[in-house]
Each structure stands twice: as structure tokens, then as C-alpha cells.
Design a protein around this ligand. Structure first.
Ligand code: NDP
Length: 402
């Protein structure tokens, strides 16, 4: 059916590559391109021999001209950007110049300001419409599947949705005293920022990790969850009509938070450059270099993730509640693709987004968040490609949890 250029060769990219190769009728040919070519070659070596043809390339995706040149030589039908959020705009510019569809899993963030927002990518709407190509933003798990869950609830369960709580629980244990499950820099930037949620048309800020509840998760058990700002809140607050409140919660162990507090207190999470032995370094970059590589956690991580949305609204004039979630097992994910569940739950949806574009099912010129498309084919694909979901019609609601 088509050709995909996969940019990045980290934890998420590895899952995308495995999943594309499991679907050779859709992904006939892929090119894995990243800053460090050896990582692309290692992935190719693992997966060569199937029906999907694999090429690799060295690429600095911050450089639009380099991306354009690679697109011109490989001629992909879609680019799957699973590098870092800093590369979103340079890759989107290259897609525009070459008229190739675009998929990513995280919204743009300027390297020097820890502030992720959709405004920069939404500004490309008209240009993508005029070029006749689709940009699918945030097709990971959260953002990604969580947006599709909301669109599915809207389509099949509610006349109007009033509140959404997105719950992201990781019951995994990798045995290290401290490590992050995906890119440490992106992870730490996300959780050391202020919390924020949307209520009655306003955004309400909270101090970092200051709002806490406990929730009893299916197949994981009770966990502390903390209110965070997360990027899908921005698009869902706009795209789910009638929404009065949306919040995002993530689990953190006391051990993880204690380590983080100390690192923060000693200045290791700062992105302000400092002089060190005659060199300029960014403390957070140094921390990333000494922490375990997220890709190395795969073989050690046991337990499950549970990510989903608890939704309240109205159907046929009556109050209704609904919970839709996925449970993913770290060890099963590792056995299948050689990565733990955090990368797995992001890489599978990235592949699904690209697949729906290649199949022409989710193809519409412009820039879209996942919840703006028909959720049904995506929900079917989740069941088929390794992320089956479950629903509950009378879930325990967060507000009731003391
Ligand atoms: P990793 O750090 O493991 O991998 C990032 C990859 O991108 C590396 O191979 C890196 O190369 C490459 N890269 C970085 N800069 C460039 C560049 N300028 N040009 C080319 N390649 C580059 O991250 P993950 O795989 O964990 O995450 C990938 C993306 O997925 C991130 O954007 C992250 O925010 C997103 N994500 C989304 C989630 C969701 O649910 N929506 C959840 C988890 C992650 P090198 O090897 O040389 O460093």
C-alpha cells in the first residue's frame, strides 16, 4: 500500500518499526532515519527479512533542508515523527515542501522554554489544507488514544459530555532507584511544571504535584495520582463541545517523587545553561546522560499500565458515567517487540494513525488532533494491534474518592 519515513530511533520508534513490519500489506517499505544512524541500523538488523523492506539514513531533523532531501530521495507517502517534540515544526515544514502526510505523538515545544502548546502546529492548518495533505497531531497514547476514547464516548455514549478525567497509571517496576520511562528530559520538564486543568471556560493553575487523590485501578490496585497539565487537555477542551471540566492525572510513587525533589533542589532539572570545567552544559541534559536509557528498562520492567478516561455527561436526558481504558503488560510488550509498555502504548497508536492515513480512512487535508476524526476505525485497530480496551458503565468517579 505505501511507504513510511520513520524519524527517530528511540524507544517509541522501535515499537513503530516493529508494528509496521507486522503489517507489511500497509507498510511495504519503511526508512528509519535518526541522528545516530547506528541505532537505525540496529533496528533494521533486528527486523530485516520480513515482507516490509527497510532502509536507514542519518538525519538531523532540526534541519528542514536535510529532511526535504531525504523525503525527495525515499519518496514516502507518510512521515511518522517519533523523534522529539523540538523537531515537529522543521519536519512539518519539510512535509509541506514535499506534500507528504505527517503524524506525530507530541506537540511542539521550543527547546529553550518548557512550554508545550498546540498554537505553533495549529498555525499550519491553512498551509496543510492548501497543500492537500494531512497532519495528524498527537497519535500516541496520551495524547492520542485518550482523545480517541473521548471521541468514541461522544459518538456512542453521550449527547453531551460534561467532565473528563484522564487517568494514567503505571504499575511497572524496573528495579532501579530512579529512572524515567521515556525521554527523561521531556518527562521531567512535564512533571516539574505547574499543574493546570480546565473548568467552566477557564484554565486553573495548581502548584506542581500539589493535587493528589488515590484511585483503585483495574489489574494494578490503589495508587496515588497527581493532577498534571497534559497536552491533550488543550485540544479536547476545544473539540469536545459542551465540556465543563477536564483534568489529567498520573501515578507517581513516593520514591520517584523523593528522588525528583532532591534533583530539583540541587538544580539538576534546570534547563538554564551553566559553565562547567570550561564548557557550557545544561543540567537536565547532563542528568539525562547519567540516568538509565529508557530503552534499557524493557527487559527489567514488570507490571502493567492502565490508561483511560472517566467521563460524565448526559444521554437521553439522564446523567451517565462511562470509563474506557486499556491495560498493557510491560513483560508481554517486551516479549512481542523488545520494549516496555510505555513505548509500546505510544508506538502502536503512532503506527495506527499512519496506517489509517495510508488506507485513506483518516485522510483529510489540514492539521487535526485525533479526536476530530471518526473514532471507530481507530478503536477497532487498537483491539487488533495489541492495545485492546475495556469499558465500565458505573465506574468509581474521582470526585467520590476521599
Ligand atoms: P527517545 O529519546 O528514546 O528517542 C528519541 C529519538 O529521536 C532518538 O533516536 C534521537 O536520536 C532522535 N532524535 C533526537 N533529536 C533528533 C534530531 N534532531 N534529528 C533526528 N533524530 C533526532 O524518546 P522516545 O522514543 O521515548 O520518545 C519519542 C517521542 O514520543 C517524543 O516526542 C516523546 O515526547 C513522545 N512520547 C509520546 C507519548 C504519548 O503517549 N503521546 C508517550 C511517550 C513519548 P539519538 O539516538 O541520537 O539521541
Amino acid at each position: 500500500m505505501g511507504k513510511a519515513l520513520i524519524i527517530g530511533a528511540g524507544g517509541v520508534a522501535s515499537v513503530v518499526v516493529h508494528k509496521c513490519c507486522q503489517n507489511p500489506d500497509v507498510f511495504e517499505e519503511i526508512c528509519i532515519a535518526s541522528r545516530t544512524k547506528e541505532k537505525c541500523d540496529a533496528l533494521k538488523a533486528k527486523l530485516d527479512g520480513g515482507r516490509t523492506k527497510i532502509q536507514t539514513a542519518q538525519l538531523d531533523a532540526d534541519n528542514t533542508d536535510e529532511v526535504i532531501a531525504l523525503i525527495r530521495s525515499f519518496q514516502p507517502d507518510v512521515v511518522i515523527n517519533v523523534a522529539l517534540p523540538y523537531q515537529d515544526l522543521s519536519i512539518m515544514d519539510a512535509c509541506l515542501a514535499t506534500k507528504v502526510h505527517y503524524v506525530d505523538t507530541a506537540n511542539y515545544e521550543p527547546p529553550d522554554t518548557p512550554k508545550f502548546e498546540y498554537k505553533w502546529q495549529w498555525a499550519y492548518r491553512e498551509k496543510f489544507e492548501q497543500a492537500g495533505i494531512t497532519a495528524l497531531l498527537g497519535s500516541g497514547f496520551d495524547p492520542g488514544v485518550t482523545g480517541v476514547f473521548c471521541a468514541y464516548a461522544q459518538k456512542h455514549h453521550f449527547d453531551e459530555i460534561h467532565s473528563i478525567d484522564i487517568l494514567d497509571a503505571n504499575g511497572g517496576d524496573h528495579g532501579y532507584p530512579f529512572a524515567t520511562n521515556f525521554n527523561p528530559e521531556i518527562n521531567i520538564r512535564e512533571i516539574t511544571a505547574n499543574g493546570r486543568y480546565y473548568e467552566d471556560g477557564k484554565w486553573i493553575e495548581t502548584a506542581p504535584l500539589s493535587v493528589k487523590q488515590t484511585y483503585d485501578f483495574d489489574q494494578i490496585g490503589p495508587k496515588n495520582i497527581y493532577l498534571l497539565y497534559h497536552e491533550e487537555l488543550e485540544s479536547l477542551a476545544v473539540n469536545i463541545k459542551g465540556l465543563k471540566r477536564i483534568r489529567f492525572w498520573m501515578t507517581f510513587s513516593d520514591n520517584y517523587l523523593n528522588h525528583l525533589k532532591v534533583l530539583e533542589n540541587v538544580g539538576m532539572t534546570s534547563i538554564e545553561p551553566i559553565k562547567f570545567e570550561g564548557q557550557e552544559i545544561i543540567p537536565l541534559h547532563f542528568l539525562k546522560a547519567i540516568l538509565p536509557d529508557p530503552a534499557s528498562l524493557g527487559p527489567r520492567t514488570k507490571g502493567k499500565t492502565n490508561i483511560g478516561c472517566i467521563i460524565r455527561g448526559v444521554k437521553d436526558g439522564k446523567e451517565k458515567t462511562y470509563y474506557v481504558y486499556n491495560v498493557c503488560d510491560h513483560q508481554e510488550a517486551y516479549a512481542e517487540v523488545g520494549s516496555q509498555a510505555i513505548s509500546y502504548t505510544t508506538g502502536v497508536p503512532a503506527m495506527i494513525g499512519a496506517m489509517l492515513i495510508l488506507q485513506g480512512v483518516w485522510k483529510k487535508p489540514g492539521v487535526y488532533n485525533v479526536e476530530e476524526f471518526d473514532p471507530d476505525p481507530y478503536m477497532d485497530a487498537l483491539n487488533k494491534h495489541g492495545l485492546p480496551w475495556q469499558e465500565e458503565l458505573s465506574p468509581v468517579m474521582l470526585d467520590e474518592v476521599k
